[in-house]
Design a protein around this ligand. Structure first.
Ligand SMILES: Nc1ncnc2c1ncn2[C@@H]1O[C@H](COP(=O)(O)OP(=O)(O)OP(=O)(O)O)[C@@H](O)[C@H]1O
Length: 619
């Protein structure tokens, strides 16, 4: 029987999309695939046929015409992540052969029907994170025989989590929804982060559900209890009000210990004076009275005060060595990050302000600008904009739970090149600092939507108390500091070397951990021994994608990483050398096709020598 050419089908699909400017290459003058070669952007080809659509970050919206694409016989994977699609979920079960579906980071909304996934016998991965879905988690999902990865994070799903019948599920993420009740036994072995940020979940891996006795308490007892709780609260409130009238309440951001990424309110009590004006010039010397004000470091920055940042409920982004970081929304909706630093009294107030001004003047594509700071003897707050594609660390080590595939090789190369540029800039602009960055590590490399890296926590060595700097800052974990307590101009290069190795291997560098806390072999030793044994193939993170022509280039970068992470400072390359070499590394060493990162997703034909089986372990 006549079957439509794939180009016609895809053009029909394109026509139903709005904002399809990104799909310029989809036109009738070419075919989507020539053999394995992809002529149309985002179309994944196998042997002349379309097997996948990877249309990410393209600003797409409009209708996803399932009736049209269901005519593609070989379609196995579809990703429409990071676009602007809205409305209800497309009818996926009409695409019954799909193995993976990625719809995260769109604006899909509404309930998903209970039978939405009926019959999807091949479905392995479904990612619906960060949309606006609501209602119950669809039951049809829980009985799919091949399902191994589910991400529903960041929606408004409510009710209880249904029991997932299938034992092969490897990861599930339902964090940041409105789920409640007991986590089913079948999911008790999953990470606790998979469940954080919900209303009222209990049971393993979270805390056990309180015994059912409360449900059975007689009504009278409940009433008595409620009254006494209310009375207690009123009493506490009265005391607080009394105390606040007597004293100025100092700024306090309540940082209860909390798991990473878990939403908690960061409440703040502010002085009346502190809530007042927002801007305070660093040059004015009004003394102690002004100590409560945020000091802005750039003219262009939108003005706000500490109250704006702290009175709203904020999300704890994480707690590092120095203190916690919070994300808070301004009235305009703009997201800011406030990081609290303890142990920042190496210099006095004037010198501190002077140094912050120096950092505030820096400006480079690969540096996260410092927007403002707040000075108090006990703690400092540094304010910057929120960067919304999280850190390199999350992309390398925490990815699956967020519902994103790992960055592919070209992306990782782009990140390293950007970090190199940022570092070079810091070296040029802060020549008086021996270690201009000082705290370079993957959680301090933030990524914007196009995966351009932005360095943060830079230039802080001069203001951090020396004894603490030695304990916590990455530069002080360098071999030269461990051996003879010294840092040099090549110390940041060492951190950069580790970062390169971490990015290429996908392994967390135990070099950063305090001695004794990591495993026996650190990352550098491991990479060295693998290279010596000739097992370089096993060094690279499989999730970078199987690439025919890029291995040589990956190897070049690995060598640069090794030369930077060299233990012997004398032999270690300097930043200039490293940067020159990095600039020469290309995505691929000839013009042939570069296979997409999808090869790592287990959705590729075995003709490419890759097994169809899913390889999960990060090992
Ligand atoms: N401006 C920002 N935008 C987005 N995420 C951020 C921003 N600043 C920090 N983060 C993220 O918030 C988390 C906590 O950051 P924080 O700097 O407090 O700790 P850390 O980097 O893990 O450790 P350290 O205190 O040693 O720097 C990290 O995952 C970090 O990547």
């Amino acid at each position: 029987s006549y079957s439509k050419p794939e180009s016609e089908i895809l053009l029909g699909f394109k026509a139903s999309l709005a904002n399809n400017d990104a799909l310029l290459s989809w036109n009738s003058s070419t075919t989507p695939c020539s053999g394995d070669k992809e002529n149309w952007v985002g179309v994944l080809c196998d042997n002349g046929n379309v097997w996948g659509l990877k249309l990410e970050n393209m600003g797409l919206s409009g209708v996803i015409d399932v009736e049209v694409i269901k005519e593609l016989p070989g379609l196995r994977t579809i990703s429409l992540m990071n676009n602007n699609f809205d409305g209800s979920i497309p009818s996926l079960k009409k695409l019954g052969a799909l193995k993976s579906v990625y719809l995260s980071n769109n604006k899909f909304s509404g309930e998903i029907e209970s039978n939405a996934f009926d019959g999807m016998q091949s479905l392995k991965k479904i990612h619906l994170a960060n949309n606006q879905f609501k209602g119950l988690i669809p039951l049809s999902l829980t009985i799919l025989p091949k399902l191994i990865e589910v991400s529903l994070a960041g929606n408004h799903f409510n009710g209880e989590i249904p029991d997932f019948k299938i034992g092969i599920l490897k990861s599930i993420n339902v964090s940041n929804n409105e789920l409640e009740g007991q986590i089913p036994q079948s999911l008790s072995k999953m990470s606790m982060y998979s469940f954080s940020g919900n209303g009222n979940l209990c049971g393993a891996p979270l805390t056990s559900c309180s015994s059912s006795t409360s449900k059975k308490l007689p009504v009278v007892m409940i009433a008595v209890l409620a009254v006494s709780v209310l009375a207690a609260l009123a009493a506490i409130l009265a005391v607080v009000i009394l105390l606040r009238r007597r004293h100025h309440t100092p700024l306090s951001v309540e940082a209860r210990p909390t798991v990473r990424g878990h939403k908690k309110a960061a409440s703040a009590d502010l002085d009346r004076e502190e809530q007042g004006s927002s801007v305070h010039s660093t040059t004015s010397k009004k003394g102690e009275n002004n100590s409560g004000k945020l000091t802005f470091l750039r003219d262009t920055a939108e003005r706000f005060d500490l109250g704006d940042l702290l009175k709203a409920s904020a999300e704890v982004l994480g707690s590092g060595y120095f203190g916690s970081s919070y994300k808070a929304a301004l009235v305009t909706g703009k997201m800011m990050v406030v990081k609290r630093f303890r142990h920042m009294n190496n210099v006095g107030r004037e010198e501190f302000q002077e140094h912050m001004r120096r950092l505030g003047r820096l400006g480079h594509t690969n540096l996260l600008p410092l927007v403002a700071f707040y000075y108090r003897k006990e703690e400092k707050l540094l304010v910057s904009e929120y960067v919304n594609n999280v850190s390199l660390a999350v992309h390398l080590h925490g990815n699956r739970s967020r519902g994103h595939p790992s960055p592919d090789w070209p992306t990782r190369l782009k990140i390293i090149k950007g970090v190199a540029k940022g570092l070079q800039y810091l070296y040029n602009e802060l020549p008086s600092l021996i270690i201009p960055h000082g705290h370079l590590k993957s959680s301090n490399v933030l990524l914007n939507e196009s995966f351009e890296p932005l360095l943060t926590d830079y230039g802080l060595v001069p203001v951090v108390n020396q004894e603490h700097a030695q304990e916590v800052m990455v530069a002080y974990k360098s071999p030269e500091h461990k051996q003879n307590g010294r840092v040099t101009k090549k110390t940041d290069v060492w951190s950069f070397g580790i970062l390169i190795l971490e990015t290429l291997t996908g392994k967390f560098p135990t070099n950063y951990l305090q001695q004794g806390k990591g495993s026996d072999t650190d990352l550098v030793t491991w990479v060295n021994s693998m290279v010596r044994e000739g097992s370089t193939g096993e060094v690279f993170d499989k999730d970078m994608g199987a690439t025919k022509n890029s291995e040589g280039e990956m190897m070049k970068l690995l060598k640069i990483g090794m030369a930077c992470a060299e233990v012997d400072v004398e032999k270690r390359c300097d930043l200039k050398e490293a940067i020159e070499k990095i600039e020469e590394v290309k995505e691929k060493d000839n013009d042939e096709e570069f296979y997409s990162s999808y090869t790592s997703e287990g959705d590729v034909k075995s003709s490419r020598g890759l097994s169809d089986d899913f390889s999960y372990s990060l090992s």
